[in-house]
Ligand binder design. Structure first.
Ligand code: 0O2
Length: 233
């Protein structure tokens, strides 16, 4: 079964508190695999089409690349517990209502301005519903992290029904992604613990990269104004 992402046996070994049978658990987690995998595929295609049409119209592709992922079951359960959901493995329907990033799409754009262009184009689509927005570009996190996060609901059409599935879309510039990827790896390697000095250094790197982002964008506009290779939009 190509859609299957979570395996009941592995999950039950780690979470023996599940009250049903292996088959019941597999049924519940197959539903999550199918819905969220389909939703991130749909979004991936939508964004790809927008970028292609942008290229056709303006000879420029605002999206550098896209990554998709399903959150691991361990991380889903850990987040649900952090959100105060009791006995999450036996309450997966509640977990699905509260944990919005089971399906994740990361859109890496060239420049910060491309983020807002892509966001607007996506939100203009009538089947996309905005559920939540957090703009860490305009207001970076204490760590220095910058990105634009939205949670959107997207319809997934199945054999006998339609489901609206929430997906978290993180929009980043290349510079934002560089910082977040390296910082994440450093934090992960140190089991989430980084000294104050290292955190200050990383925050400083984030500030420097934000300045580079802005300068690169200014340079780009100078090139455009001089009739460079892109048409204006
Ligand atoms: P993964 O594997 O990237 O998905 P929370 O605050 O966790 O209860 P919420 O509201 O989703 O839930 O948090 P937030 O901060 O809006 O978004 C969390 C996600 O943003 C993280 O996902 C990271 O992907 C990213 N992120 C947020 N802050 C940082 C940061 O300081 N450094 C880096 N590198 N990434 C960050 P997860 O769940 O951690 O994991």
């Amino acid at each position: 079964m190509a859609f299957r992402y979570y395996d009941a046996e592995g999950i039950k070994n780690k979470m023996p508190e599940f009250k049903g049978t292996d088959e019941e658990l597999q049924e519940k987690i197959d539903e999550i695999s199918l819905l969220y995998n389909s939703a991130i595929k749909e979004l991936d295609v939508k964004l790809d089409v927008l970028s292609d049409d942008f290229d056709k119209k303006y000879s420029y592709m605002p999206i550098h690349h896209i990554k998709t992922r399903l959150k691991s079951m361990d991380s889903i359960i850990e987040k649900a517990e952090r959100y105060g959901i009791k006995d999450p493995i036996n309450n997966l329907d509640t977990v699905r209502k509260e944990v919005f990033d089971i399906g994740g799409v990361r859109v890496i754009c060239n420049y910060e301005e491309d983020i807002y262009i892509m966001l607007d184009l996506l939100l203009e689509q009538s089947d996309i519903k905005l559920l939540r927005m957090k703009d860490y570009c305009k207001k970076p996190k204490d760590s220095g992290y910058r990105s634009l996060h939205v949670v959107v609901a997207i319809p997934v059409y199945l054999v006998n029904r339609m489901a609206l599935v929430p997906v978290e879309v993180q929009f980043r510039s290349i510079a934002m992604d560089t910082w977040a990827t390296l910082e994440h790896e450093l934090r992960y390697k140190n089991k989430g613990e980084l000294s104050d000095e290292i955190q200050d250094n990383l925050k400083d790197c984030a500030l420097q990269l934000a300045k580079v982002d802005e300068r690169m964008s200014q340079i780009r506009h100078e090139v455009l104004d001089k009739g460079g290779e892109y048409s204006t939009y």
